[in-house]
Design a protein around this ligand. Structure first.
Ligand SMILES: [Zn+2]
Length: 429
């Protein structure tokens, strides 16, 4: 029987009803608006002057008489396969203008990779001469190209987005994915949350009913409308009673409250949790022997073709096939640590090759002596098999003194907010 489940469904055979212990507690806190893109260095852009942004007309070719406005605007929606050149030719625009715009450097280069669904707004004066082109880069920034007596000039017009901090939290009842969904997190955010703690927790096998989490993330609004959900700012995950916390630093990485990097030498699992079908089944039987955890590795039951990644950086010391192991890969990480990956469908690395942590080395398969597709993963310390979940692993580095001084005040504030949410949640339970 294949023990495969789709991303969002419960593991087969589980009778535990998906009852949501706690609905998402959502609180909006107005955060002071942070300086937006306008404050960045933009060599080819003068200071922001929102009022000069051309009026965006919904209707193509609407004539206007106001002297302060362009006489005519042409809004072009980018279609699949469009380039600036194909748009110019379709709209009968001058190839000299196309050339001049193509020669503009800086932000104007973004016109080289326009995407379907985006809009370009051309403006013309009453004599039909080109006066400007505007192209929204994202919710906050618009590329604005103007024609004046000295030629073409490009700049970025920025609007400040309002940043709001949003909270989400849930208790795990039947599986982590379901809890994430019940908390109101998007699939991307659920993956990010698991990613933040991927060096501490095996989200495929370690998550238990009663685990809970609280997340603080950013949303950006323009004129009161949600335009963008940003990064997770801080999160707490309580797994089998143990508390894990992480805060995002402005270098884009996550750190513990003390300033230790969440990223460590070894991932807890070489297969992403979303592919693992053994959730909530700690008494897994070995696919061959039928015994409980009787052998020297961890089995991850997953669909054939599921990506297998290197748990840590190192060198491939073996990549081959044998009758019992099927396709297998062995990685030496340093003098102490070695990892093995057996029964692969596909091997994607060769002996002697250097691999980076999280680099895909193959796919889950059912080669060798097995009854169904799974990854058999072994973790060896000085040649002895260890349980990678309980073995002491090298500690991650701390932020430098200077970085820590910048990190701490922000982290303390976020963690205090997170604490409040967590307390409310406990009270509700
Ligand atoms: Zn095994």
């Amino acid at each position: 029987m294949p023990v495969i489940n789709s991303l969002k469904s419960l593991p087969r055979g589980h009778k535990i009803a998906l009852a949501l212990l706690s609905t998402a507690m959502v609180m909006l806190i107005m955060m002071p608006t942070e300086p937006a893109v306008a404050s960045r260095v933009q060599p080819d852009a003068p200071p922001v002057q929102d009022e000069r942004q051309p009026l965006r007309l919904k209707v193509e070719d609407r004539p206007v008489v106001d002297d302060h406005l362009p006489a005519r605007e042409l809004v072009v929606k980018v279609s699949r396969g469009d380039t600036l050149s194909s748009i110019f030719s379709r709209q009968g625009l001058s190839s000299t203008l196309l050339h001049d715009i193509s020669q503009l450097g800086g932000h104007a280069k973004s016109l080289r990779k326009i995407h379907p669904g985006e809009h370009l707004t051309f403006s013309f004066d009453r004599k039909g001469r080109f006066v400007g082109l505007s192209y929204p880069l994202d919710a906050a920034r618009t590329l604005d190209i103007r024609q004046n007596s000295k030629g073409l000039h490009s700049r970025i017009i920025s609007v400040q987005l309002e940043h709001r901090t949003q909270y989400a939290q849930a208790s795990v009842n039947s599986n982590f994915w379901g809890a994430g969904v019940s908390a109101g997190l998007s699939p991307g955010q659920i993956m990010s949350l698991a990613g933040m703690f991927a060096w501490d927790l095996d989200f495929g096998l370690d998550i238990r009913a009663g685990d809970r989490f609280a997340v603080l993330y950013e949303q950006r609004y323009k004129d009161g409308i949600l335009v963008d959900t940003g990064h997770i700012l801080a999160a707490e995950f309580i797994n089998q009673g143990k508390v894990y916390r992480a805060v995002r630093h402005d270098d884009g990485n996550y750190y513990s409250p003390e300033g230790r990097a969440m990223r460590k030498s070894f991932l807890r699992a070489p297969v992403n949790f979303s592919h693992i079908s053994s959730n909530f089944n700690p008494r897994r039987l070995h696919p061959v022997t039928g015994q409980i955890k009787a052998h020297r590795g961890i089995d991850y039951a997953a669909r054939t073709g599921t990506p297998v990644v290197a748990a840590g950086s190192g060198v491939v010391v073996e990549s081959g096939y044998s009758q019992f192991n099927g396709n297998y890969v062995v990685i030496r990480h340093d003098r102490t640590y070695l990892t093995k990956y057996l029964h692969l469908h596909q091997r994607m690395v060769k002996k002697g090759e250097k691999v980076k942590q999280e680099q895909q080395i193959g796919t889950v398969g059912a080669t060798g002596r097995v009854t169904g597709p799974h990854l058999h993963y072994e973790f060896l310390v000085n040649g002895v098999h260890k349980d990678p979940k309980s073995v002491d692993l090298p500690q991650a580095a701390f932020l430098s003194r200077g970085e820590l001084a910048r990190f701490r005040p922000k982290a303390d504030k976020l963690l205090a907010q997170l604490n409040k949410v967590s307390e409310v949640m406990l009270a509700n339970n």
